[in-house]
Design a protein around this ligand. Structure first.
Ligand SMILES: C[S@@+](CC[C@H](N)C(=O)[O-])C[C@H]1O[C@@H](n2cnc3c(N)ncnc32)[C@H](O)[C@@H]1O
Length: 218
């Protein structure tokens, strides 16, 4: 595991920084703010009304922030969600216990982070979580999903995540009508998504970022 440093972002919430990659896990303008805007507002809330059952796949489980915000939303809205998160380098306990995402729901966050890998576990009565410790480049899954939170490190740090082999895998993983959402707005990534048959929307990004991308499998 690479060295990790806990850092504060502009909305007061924390993120992790990897000196080797010179990359943070979230926007320095606000970790919670970015996750809420990109994944919850423009991903989850867009897809949830269109589907009966809802399965979400997350590329890059990391600190569990997106899973936690989704679990909170599921509880509040009494909407059953199955959530699969893949992560090659699980964040160690001595680090995730320093994250400050949970407000008054420490138990839910702890359960998400400490629950067993490789199997579905219920975090609460509407949220089933399966964390997979694997390299996305080797990942295969027969089950289809309705929504992908694509939260890889940016193209500068990890260009292979945004190239056709991984994006083709994401396309195959989605049901027809399924949605791929990411904070990234890079031109080459958008051309790659279009070439696969996705219909793209460029949406306003979270504070500090002009654009983000949502792509629908048509
Ligand atoms: C931008 S961070 C994810 C942030 C995360 N969603 C969160 O809220 O903390 C990207 C994540 O992708 C993981 N990752 C990097 N390469 C990977 C790979 N080949 N397969 C699976 N996960 C990978 C990193 O370890 C890191 O946790």
């Amino acid at each position: 595991m690479k060295q990790l440093e806990v850092r504060q972002t502009s909305d007061g919430s924390r993120t992790l920084y990897i000196p080797d990659l010179d990359e943070t896990y979230h926007s320095s303008h606000g970790a919670i703010q970015e996750a809420m805007h990109v994944f919850i507002e423009h991903g989850l809330k867009f897809v949830a009304p269109k589907t009966k059952e809802l399965t979400i796949f997350e590329m890059g489980f990391g600190t569990g922030l997106n899973a936690f915000l989704t679990a909170q939303w599921a509880q509040k809205n009494q909407r059953e969600i199955r959530y699969i998160g893949i992560e090659l380098h699980p964040v160690p306990k001595e680090i995730w216990t320093q994250m400050d995402y949970f407000q008054d729901e420490e138990e839910m966050y702890s359960k998400i982070m400490s629950t067993e890998w490789g199997t579905y576990n219920d975090i609460h009565s509407d949220f089933y979580l399966k964390k997979i410790e694997q390299d996305i480049l080797e990942f295969q899954m027969a089950v289809k999903v309705d929504l992908i939170y694509f939260d890889a490190f940016g193209p500068r740090a990890q260009s292979e995540m945004w190239d056709l082999p991984v994006l083709t895998k994401m396309y195959a993983l989605l049901n027809t009508g399924g949605v791929f959402v990411t904070y990234c707005a890079q031109g080459q990534m958008k051309r790659n998504l279009k070439s696969l048959g996705f219909q793209l929307e460029s949406l306003p990004g979270p504070p500090g970022k002009r654009e983000m991308t949502r792509a629908v499998k048509i």
